[in-house]
Design a protein around this ligand. Sequence first.
Ligand SMILES: C[S@@+](CC[C@H](N)C(=O)[O-])C[C@H]1O[C@@H](n2cnc3c(N)ncnc32)[C@H](O)[C@@H]1O
Length: 241
Amino acid sequence: MGAISSRVYDAVVLAPVIDAVCGCEGFAARRREIFAKAKGRVLDVGVGSGHNLPWFSGNKVTEVVGVDTSEDLLRRARKRTEGLDFEVDLRVGDAHDLAEFQDESFDTVAVGFTLCSVRDPKACLLELRRVLKPGGFLLYAEHGEAPERDGSLRTWQRRVTPYWSALAGGCHLDRNPERLVRRAGFEVEEAKQEYVEGMKTRLGEWHGDRNRKSQTEDPLTCSHTIKAAFVYTGVATRAGS
Ligand SMILES: C[S@@+](CC[C@H](N)C(=O)[O-])C[C@H]1O[C@@H](n2cnc3c(N)ncnc32)[C@H](O)[C@@H]1O
């Protein structure tokens, strides 16, 4: 794709689709659970269109700095800042290089459905570790590889990822976020993994009920779709601090 057509694709197709899919109810439930634990000064990396923002609590959070490579998504995020009772600073930036932020300058770092999309998750997580204060928390809610080693879903995720990734802003279906977090030097203190079955979005119910209905009609054809999102949530700290 040429540079101009790629920019048009990102603005006209990718940004609205990411906004809609990331806004699904199944993801929102996981965000609510995990991001309510944030406190103090928070860095939300890959903030996108701002779907994590409503779940940070103004009682505990003083400021959220949101960084993303996409100005199209940041524009949407700015519309979600109204009524929030903490400071919000949204800016273009790259999670691989957060040099604008000092070491140990955030109480919480948050990643929501972002480690799937960054080019080098380990490099990003090392940056997050650098800017996190000792005793601070990394909070994550991420989709990733299916758990069944011998199941065909994992094989399907691996096969589809190169094509999916090219269309979906670099998104990988087959990463294991919890393993990535541990390998970058974090200690995972709380972790949960589960399938998200119903995905109700602003575009309508395109995963949930439709598939439940077709499952009754033909359980084999829909089983992959209904289990498409396996979500990892967790709380981690800097190992050794
Ligand atoms: C699937 S979207 C999730 C957005 C948002 N966190 C949410 O949950 O709604 C992945 C996000 O990561 C962003 N992203 C990808 N690579 C990035 C990078 N190197 N630095 C910062 N953001 C990045 C994309 O622009 C996109 O907004």
